[in-house]
Design a protein around this ligand. Structure first.
Ligand code: ADP
Length: 380
């Protein structure tokens, strides 16, 4: 394989846990990999060929980093996209493309893209500032979303009454119709330059009621085969519309009327497919690397129930991280623990995850809940 034997260098923008799990694949295939990240304490430090500290939003640092690479990808969406576009124009491959990233970086553009490409999504209106909002027109409940730089629900607020508008920051935003959903679903698609496509199983995301973040991911989603097919068809349409190369996670709502609406997409490895490391022969990280290097895509089917639970910083703890109960969790059969190696914890920060495999979903979910309670993430 030319990527392993030549001087080929893969550049990854972002050195968090997703980068770290990509490096586990590039290490297996012996691919030289450079990483750019703003933190000198990034989980990827010491794992890649070259670790460079730099601001991902700064044109010069992204451009200069990219110039030294043969192919660039990213594990985070907040990147200077103009630099990526210039690198592409100068003949350096960027997968997924800068144009995809430009659309994804702005929730309003992303929703417009769905509408233009006839991808079902909830109704929305764009506002450039709070001044443009006609308060009397809003139908409650509805959803306020900051168009840029939101993540993990930071930048999303359910509005139940006029009072909920009081402490909103003055920024560009969209107001979305509230979707009465039964479940939140996701799938991931890998597509290489030759056009080969591999779709992962449709999974179901369960949210923590207090933090409103994903707590468990269940593979496969407990839905009928018709809904499963419908969700896959829509996700494939999303991937085709973007002419995607690389990985794309598609988050969807299953409504009370069994409609599928696309909520948002991520052109990178995604929390909803972490289960695939143990649950599928080829994980999302394998398939991301395979697809951006235009290698054959392996099979990503799953023959077992897989439950992923996020391990986040416990409430009340800020500072240097201390993990409690990991050994107890490891005593349980069919449990795999992932620790991301972030030095600092804070409430709800993603610090690791566990995956449970089981032939019985109920048992597996029970085990995942037990393990999650055993592991506590505190500070020193
Ligand atoms: P982020 O990009 O920060 O993850 P999302 O757009 O995925 O933000 O929204 C976060 C969560 O808020 C979703 O997973 C869902 O639970 C809820 N949500 C978002 N949009 C809607 C909507 N239109 N109707 C109902 N719930 C929504």
């Amino acid at each position: 394989m030319k990527h392993s034997t030549s001087n080929f260098t893969l550049g990854i923008l972002g050195g968090g846990q997703l980068g770290k799990m990509l490096l586990q694949v590039t290490s297996r295939l012996s691919i030289k990999t450079n990483i750019l990240d703003p933190s000198d304490e990034s989980p990827c430090k010491n794992m890649c060929s070259n670790f460079i500290v730099g601001n991902l939003m700064d044109f010069e640092s992204v451009y200069n980093f990219g110039k030294e690479c043969d192919l660039i990808t990213f594990e985070i969406e907040h990147i200077n996209v103009d630099a990526l576009e210039k690198l592409e124009n100068e003949g350096i491959k960027v997968h997924p493309s800068s144009s995809t990233l430009r659309i994804i970086q702005d929730k309003s553009r992303q929703k417009e893209f769905f509408v233009e490409n006839k991808i079902p999504t909830s109704k929305f209106t764009y506002y450039s500032s709070l001044e443009g909002l006609n308060y009397a027109e809003l139908k409650y409940p509805c959803v306020w979303k900051k168009t840029k730089f939101g993540y993990d629900g930071y930048g999303v607020k359910i509005l139940n009454s006029k009072e909920d508008l009081n402490d909103l920051p003055d920024t560009q935003f969209i107001i979305e119709e509230m979707v009465p959903f039964k479940k939140e679903l996701a799938t991931t698609i890998a597509r290489n330059e030759s056009g080969d496509i591999e779709i992962f199983p449709v999974v179901e995301m369960m949210f923590n009621e207090t933090s409103n973040q994903v707590e468990f991911v269940i593979c496969p989603a407990q839905i009928s085969s018709e809904i499963n097919e419908k969700a896959k068809k829509i996700a494939l349409k999303v991937s085709e519309s973007f002419k995607q190369v690389g990985l794309m996670a598609v988050e969807m709502f299953l409504t009370k009327d069994d409609e599928i609406l696309v909520n948002e997409v991520a052109p990178r490895p995604h929390n909803s497919a972490h289960y695939s490391i143990e649950g599928c022969v080829n994980s999302q990280f394998d398939q991301h690397i395979n697809s951006i290097l235009n290698l054959p895509l392996g099979c990503s089917k799953s023959n077992v129930y897989a439950i992923m639970a996020n391990l986040v910083g416990d409430n009340g703890y800020h500072g240097e991280v201390l993990y409690d109960g990991v050994e107890d969790a490891m005593k349980i059969d069919n449990v795999k623990v992932h620790i991301y190696g972030k030095k600092q914890t804070k409430p709800n920060r993603k610090m690791g995850h566990i995956t449970v495999l089981d032939t019985n979903l109920k048992e597996g979910l029970k085990k995942a809940q037990t393990v999650k309670k055993l592991i506590q993430i505190k500070s020193k």
